[in-house]
Design a protein around this ligand. Sequence first.
Ligand SMILES: Cc1cc2nc3c(=O)[nH]c(=O)nc-3n(C[C@H](O)[C@H](O)[C@H](O)COP(=O)(O)OP(=O)(O)OC[C@H]3O[C@@H](n4cnc5c(N)ncnc54)[C@H](O)[C@@H]3O)c2cc1C
Ligand SMILES: *[C@@H]1O[C@H](CO)[C@@H](O)[C@H](O)[C@H]1NC(C)=O
Ligand SMILES: *[C@@H]1O[C@H](CO)[C@@H](O)[C@H](O)[C@H]1NC(C)=O
Ligand SMILES: *[C@@H]1O[C@H](CO)[C@@H](O)[C@H](O)[C@H]1NC(C)=O
Ligand SMILES: *[C@@H]1O[C@H](CO)[C@@H](O)[C@H](O)[C@H]1NC(C)=O
Ligand SMILES: *[C@@H]1O[C@H](CO)[C@@H](O)[C@H](O)[C@H]1NC(C)=O
Ligand SMILES: *[C@@H]1O[C@H](CO)[C@@H](O)[C@H](O)[C@H]1NC(C)=O
Ligand SMILES: *[C@@H]1O[C@H](CO)[C@@H](O)[C@H](O)[C@H]1NC(C)=O
Length: 595
Amino acid sequence: MKLAQPLLFAVSLAGLSTAVILKHSSQLKKSYDFIIVGAGPGGATTANRLTESAGVNVLLLEAGGANDGVLEIDVPQLCVTLTPNTPWDWNFTTVPQDGLLGRTPPFPRGIGLGGTSAVNCLVYTRGTKSDIDTWAALSGDESWGWDGVLPYFKKSEKFNLPVDGHNVSDQFRAEVHGFHGIIGVSVPGAGRATDDRVIAVTRELEEFPFQVDMNSGEHLGIGWTQALIDRGVRSSSKAYLAPKYLNRKNLDVLLHARVSRVLPTDGALLLKSIEFQDGEGGELKHLTASKEVILSAGAVHTPVILLHSGIGDSEVLTPLGIPVLVHNPSVGQNLTDHVGCSITFEVNSTKTLDEVWRKDSLKDALITEWRERKTGLMVDTSENQVAFLRLPDDDPIFETHKDPASGPTTAHFEFLFQNGVFPTKDSGNYFNLPVGAVSPASRGFITINSSDPFAVPLIDPRLLSEDIDIYMVRQGIKTGQRFVAAKAWDGYFIRPLVNLTSDDEIDQYIRENAVSFFHPVATAAMSPVNASWGVVDPNLLVKGVSGLRVVDASVVPRLPAAHTSAAVYGVAEKAADIIKATYPELFSNHATVKA
Ligand SMILES: Cc1cc2nc3c(=O)[nH]c(=O)nc-3n(C[C@H](O)[C@H](O)[C@H](O)COP(=O)(O)OP(=O)(O)OC[C@H]3O[C@@H](n4cnc5c(N)ncnc54)[C@H](O)[C@@H]3O)c2cc1C
Ligand SMILES: *[C@@H]1O[C@H](CO)[C@@H](O)[C@H](O)[C@H]1NC(C)=O
Ligand SMILES: *[C@@H]1O[C@H](CO)[C@@H](O)[C@H](O)[C@H]1NC(C)=O
Ligand SMILES: *[C@@H]1O[C@H](CO)[C@@H](O)[C@H](O)[C@H]1NC(C)=O
Ligand SMILES: *[C@@H]1O[C@H](CO)[C@@H](O)[C@H](O)[C@H]1NC(C)=O
Ligand SMILES: *[C@@H]1O[C@H](CO)[C@@H](O)[C@H](O)[C@H]1NC(C)=O
Ligand SMILES: *[C@@H]1O[C@H](CO)[C@@H](O)[C@H](O)[C@H]1NC(C)=O
Ligand SMILES: *[C@@H]1O[C@H](CO)[C@@H](O)[C@H](O)[C@H]1NC(C)=O
């Protein structure tokens, strides 16, 4: 009798795990209504919402593994160790960047459940009202504006109070947040030695106003970081694939299943079939959805899959021997990304994260505290405050250049305020200030140079290819120098690690050090139904074919002045409602969006 209980437990666990994630492709059902490719914010959100209706069968395919129980993923403060070139990264670099003196910086993309949201740095920012309103203008569909998307931002969000229980009434505005969604969002749960000084600057210098909530549609100023954290733990798109959702009998997930192409089904332009590699190095297999294939492979892989499927510029496809299904020169184009670099200062304090990165004993103690109580410095991401700032309206650059920001209250550059530098130095303590251009004018592209669907794609964000972009970073660095010169910092800074005075010196430093800020979008952009450009229509259906939709960062037609995962959750929540409305017979109990 004593054995009975453990045995039962073991049996039910095994039963649970087969229901959760398929162990083998032989467990695939005969048919699925929707096949979704990629388990990042786009794919996981869509899979979750579509399977709210019991009558709908969904298969989610992910090229990577489950990424379960990985400490570095779960502990927010360890986000800096997750890329590049780790088991959770696709390990891409850009092609040589002229704007960066020919350098080829890393271009990390997450692989595995959670996609890039499992390896990113957790900052939750939506962009401004005018950023999102641009989506409506570009797509010709009013519902893609701020007012139409805000309910979906809220729907995805589960705002939670910080783990240290401090009073947050001055740190965010409850009315613009969702409290019953799925991804956790929180303000910092542990104070840092620099917090008071950063906030004091907002009272001292007019050019750095305090911003209570940069997710309210307005974002200018310095404010408390809102991050994708749920009670001290990273909240990635895996939250949409939590056991209670994976237990749904109508949701199957197959891992290590890398999609190579979308294939014609019956008619030449009905694309509801996919070809995928079954396991790493495994054989290629085919599956057909009864309703749709949904590509959520992210801003790099979605255009790559389209190109290998014959949807793209015939001038690229024909020389590679890829038969052209739809000649569409927009596929992979318009890649927009943020770019920037850090300025670092040595400081007269030992209360910085440098101590933690240098001393294993200190780090281990903090990780133990995190494991046992989910408190302490490990519960937060790299910065407790963020700033979004603009060039002055009368800046001379606007005499010769069009303002690339979406509107008069959208930032040109961003600061992250980091109490310590990673990787740190052998000695010394530091304050690190990443400065990024967040309304860039440069546009790049993703393309292929091989007919092998698994060959490494060519990633060319053309960082700093427009001179106003380096101008924004340069002016951002000068603004950062004014920030550290505030009285609030008296006695704190010892010296900058690099002396940057003349414009030429600063520009050279930027070209030598700038990297992608990892926010690529627009490579399969939304545009009006009959537009001469664009890849998907406002319902996110791929133009020129049927049965194929895209739900991920690639459809975002214009990069918000913000870190991008919030945008993708919002897009995917809205996409799920669009799909539900398309098939009323399948989604009869389709509920309308609630915040
Ligand atoms: C280092 C870094 C830091 C970042 N920091 C932030 C931040 O602080 N805040 C923020 O909001 N955003 C941040 N981002 C960006 C953010 O994570 C992305 O914008 C977001 O994850 C994009 O979601 P997605 O669904 O479009 O694609 P992804 O999250 O990239 O998901 C795509 C998924 O598809 C899978 N896939 C790809 N190809 C195939 C295939 N052929 N077959 C099957 N599966 C496939 C991938 O493995 C992946 O799981 C950061 C990104 C990086 C790299
Ligand atoms: C990226 O590199 C790491 C470290 O070498 C490796 O473990 C991982 O498998 C690579 N990722 C891919 C997708 O090949
Ligand atoms: C939090 O602070 C605000 C003002 O700063 C105050 O009005 C409010 O009562 C405080 N809330 C709690 C729960 O203490
Ligand atoms: C890029 O996007 C812009 C709109 O932002 C559009 O006018 C242009 O045609 C697009 N270019 C391509 C090649 O799709
Ligand atoms: C550091 O601060 C202490 C006072 O806290 C001061 O005595 C010392 O001179 C400072 N050092 C530097 C290098 O500024
Ligand atoms: C494709 O591009 C990669 C990376 O730039 C390069 O190594 C490779 O030689 C190119 N292949 C062809 C066929 O041009
Ligand atoms: C920066 O300039 C100061 C004063 O001009 C000088 O003392 C210092 O050595 C310089 N530091 C570096 C890193 O060049
Ligand atoms: C697109 O063009 C077609 C054919 O010219 C036309 O019938 C249709 O009404 C147009 N749709 C929109 C939304 O303009």
